[in-house]
Write a protein that binds this ligand. Structure first.
Ligand code: S3P
Length: 181
């Protein structure tokens, strides 16, 4: 059962493709000594296929089903153990309202790694394994569509900076009481 008074120690990183969720989660969790989960990684392990392969052979709907299933697993594990955890979400995870509702229900904190679209484009153009990065026009459209979902996050930090600076900003939010920055 969610408890308002319980310490909220499931901290989720959200934001568009290329905003640095996985790298930031890795650095932040090691600095805090917290556990870390990369939702995309859990999805690929569960499916035994890369994200590109899941999209190509099973379609986006099946990807979203696996994503939901894996999110439920992480939340259940957190609820059971109360082990503090940094969770890096996929770029589309909280665009599914039921996923956002699940995270809210369990007291997760959401941090949006906000980054200018030009930087995101530049970063994603270097890596070819993102099925939803097809061309610049559709990338821009999807970004606009997703903004309202990211704006629902509890906090936002500027992730156009280098990863160490992004982590500093997150630590400075004051949501990790035992860490001094
Ligand atoms: C997606 C983003 C990807 C991955 C999948 C779908 C999206 O994660 O979950 O390709 O819908 O924006 P990253 O944001 O980590 O690239």
């Amino acid at each position: 059962m969610p408890n308002e008074n319980r310490l909220r120690r499931l901290v989720c990183l959200t934001g568009f493709m290329g905003c640095g969720k996985s790298t930031t989660a890795r650095l932040l969790s090691s600095q805090l000594g917290w556990a870390k989960t990369d939702l995309d990684k859990n999805i690929t392990e569960a499916a035994g296929a890369s994200i590109a392969q899941i999209f190509a052979t099973q379609g986006e709907a099946e990807f979203r089903r696996i994503e939901r299933e894996q999110l439920e697993r992480v939340v259940a594990e957190y609820t059971e153990t109360q082990r503090p955890r940094i969770l890096s979400l996929g770029g589309g995870t909280i665009a599914q309202p039921q996923n956002l509702a699940l995270l809210r229900e369990h007291g997760a904190i959401l941090i949006w790694l906000q980054c200018p679209i030009e930087d995101l484009l530049h970063r994603c153009a270097q890596v070819t394994d993102r099925p939803l990065f097809r061309d610049e026009a559709s990338f821009r459209r999807l970004y606009e569509e997703r903004l309202p979902a990211y704006e629902l996050a509890d906090y936002r930090v500027d992730s156009s900076a280098e990863p160490a600076r992004v982590v500093e900003q997150i630590l400075a939010l004051g949501i990790f009481p035992q860490v001094t920055v």
